[in-house]
Design a protein around this ligand. Structure first.
Ligand code: AHR
Length: 501
């Protein structure tokens, strides 16, 4: 396969917002408990946070973390998680059929984030609760002092306000599985009222209204329209969520999952622009792609707990082991997000530790990087400045789910300040190498800096507790620059990051 790419630093799409490299921590399975928090662990600090996990989260380059859910938030009482630990109640978590001990709550998570160096993005419960509780948690979190709830935060040991900027107005309220799910009109009205009330506390908040749980939802499109018609002036973002997995061994379609993400983003942007036109508004609605990943969702049914007497604490749920192929699809999803940097200005990899996660841990034992860790860490580190509109010519193949798709996919970023250009590439071909020629003449006098490729002779190879370093990105020695053209070979089923400057 031969493909051709042209890069011109003047053809910009939009600035790559650092919030594109966000993630998500839900009270689900072992994400919080036995994940970021394990008081008895040899690396635990005085507060019970695993330092080995903190080091990996920093290395991953995560910028903003959505918390505390997810489906969990739709039954959550935020005040259960504040104050003296021994007085915190144990509660049923209906979303994941677990017991929530509330050992970690808003103050602990915010303290953990300060150590990690990431921003907090907080979701309020609009499933079983409403305006009042959203205002309460906002007062507790953001008001400096002098009121009941802000003084309570201070009494609980957090003198400075958390100053949370981004707030999600509920989670996946279009999903019939969601506690409190109802018709679009019902949610739209509650979200609009909650947003207006929260802005009375602080007009500068950035608010995210729930879009669809996936582009496959029966209400997709009409949900966005109804919700935005009611909330357009009140919110800043509409959310998108998407998870991908191979179905019936159809890897050709799975490898092209980013095509679905592209269409999803473009459809939501079109719907938002339709509402913008209807309202004669000059405001652009941005997208917060606040859940995305590869998720072997079909396996979840077997691991689910059920029954009135079975509510485990931090059970092993959604602990997917990711292969090289999964990492390639994952890296391609990042390419799709960057390509839409003008509309997608915030995104959250779901999730961060143990639960469909790039970082895995064993209780009392090690923490390790999954295959998906590498495309995320490299993209977060290298994708700086402006996303570029690249011109790609690639052979195509026909996939059952997405129709005709290109074999190679690519995006590039350019940082005018440092002069660095990064190119992110995938080869979706399962059998053949792809040779790509990149026309870099418009970049001037540059050199090839680093070329990292994630691939393996066995596309199903993975990192596990037993073999935590089985898969690593490797330097790709094939890149060469001559006469303004960089050529590089992309192995079958591979993801590559290349830097020029
Ligand atoms: O990330 C796992 C779950 O997926 C989240 O709780 C929910 O929002 C989505 O359906």
């Amino acid at each position: 396969t031969r493909a051709h790419l042209t890069i011109d630093p003047y053809f910009t799409v939009g600035t790559v917002n650092r919030r594109l490299f966000g993630s998500f921590v839900e009270h689900l399975g072992r994400c919080v408990y036995d994940g970021i928090y394990e008081p008895g662990h040899p690396t635990a600090d005085d507060h019970g946070y695993r330092e080995d996990v903190i080091a990996l989260v920093r290395e991953l380059g995560v910028t903003a973390i959505r918390y505390p859910g997810g489906n969990f938030v739709s039954g959550y009482r935020w005040e259960d998680g504040i104050g003296p630990r021994e007085q915190r109640p144990r509660r049923l978590d209906l979303a994941w059929h677990s017991t929530e001990t509330n050992e970690v709550g808003l103050d602990e998570f915010a303290a953990w984030l300060r150590k990690v160096g990431s921003e907090l993005m907080y979701a309020v419960n609009l499933g079983t609760r409403g305006i009042h509780e959203a205002l309460d948690v906002l007062e507790y979190a953001n008001v400096p002092s002098g009121t009941r709830l802000s003084d309570l935060r201070i009494a609980n040991g957090t003198p400075a306000p958390h100053d949370i900027r981004m707030w999600c107005l509920g989670n996946e309220m279009d999903g019939p599985w969601q506690l409190g799910h109802g018709a679009a009109e019902e949610y739209a009205s509650l979200a609009a009222k909650t947003a207006r009330a929260m802005r009375q506390v602080d007009p500068g908040l950035e608010l995210v209204v729930c879009g669809s749980a996936s582009a496959q939802m029966a209400t997709f499109g009409s949900w966005e329209r109804t919700v935005l018609e009611a909330t357009y002036d009140e919110v800043d973002y509409i959310s998108c969520h998407a998870y991908y997995e191979p179905k019936d061994g159809d890897y050709a379609s799975f490898l092209a999952s980013a095509v679905n993400m592209d269409r999803f983003i473009e459809s939501v942007a079109a719907t938002a622009d339709h509402v913008k036109a209807e309202r004669r508004s000059s405001k652009t609605m941005y997208i917060s792609f606040d859940e995305w990943n590869v998720w072997y969702q079909s396996r979840y049914r077997a691991e689910r707990h059920t029954g009135i007497g079975d509510w485990p604490i931090a059970p092993r749920l959604l602990e997917n082991t990711y292969s090289v192929m999964d990492a390639v699809v994952f890296g391609n999803l990042l390419i799709s997000l960057i390509r839409h940097a003008d509309r997608v200005t915030s995104a959250s990899l779901a999730q961060l530790v143990n639960v469909i996660a790039p970082i895995m841990t064993e209780p009392g034992g090690p923490a390790w990087r999954q295959t998906t860790f590498f495309p995320f860490a490299l993209t977060s580190r290298l994708a700086r400045g402006e996303a570029l509109e690249v011109k790609l010519d690639s052979p195509a193949y026909t996939s059952a789910l997405h129709g005709d798709v290109t074999v190679v996919d690519a995006v590039a970023t350019h940082d005018a300040g440092s002069g660095a250009t990064a190119v992110f590439l995938v080869n979706r071909d399962e059998e053949s190498e792809a040779e790509i020629e990149i026309d870099v003449r418009m970049l001037g006098d540059i050199r090839v800096r680093d070329v990292w490729t994630v691939s393996d002779k066995d596309p199903h190879a993975a990192n596990t507790l037993e073999q935590p370093d089985r898969v690593r990105p490797a330097a790709n020695p094939t890149a060469a620059l001559s006469d303004g053209t960089v050529t590089v070979s992309l192995p079958p089923v591979s993801w590559t990051a290349l830097t020029l400057g």
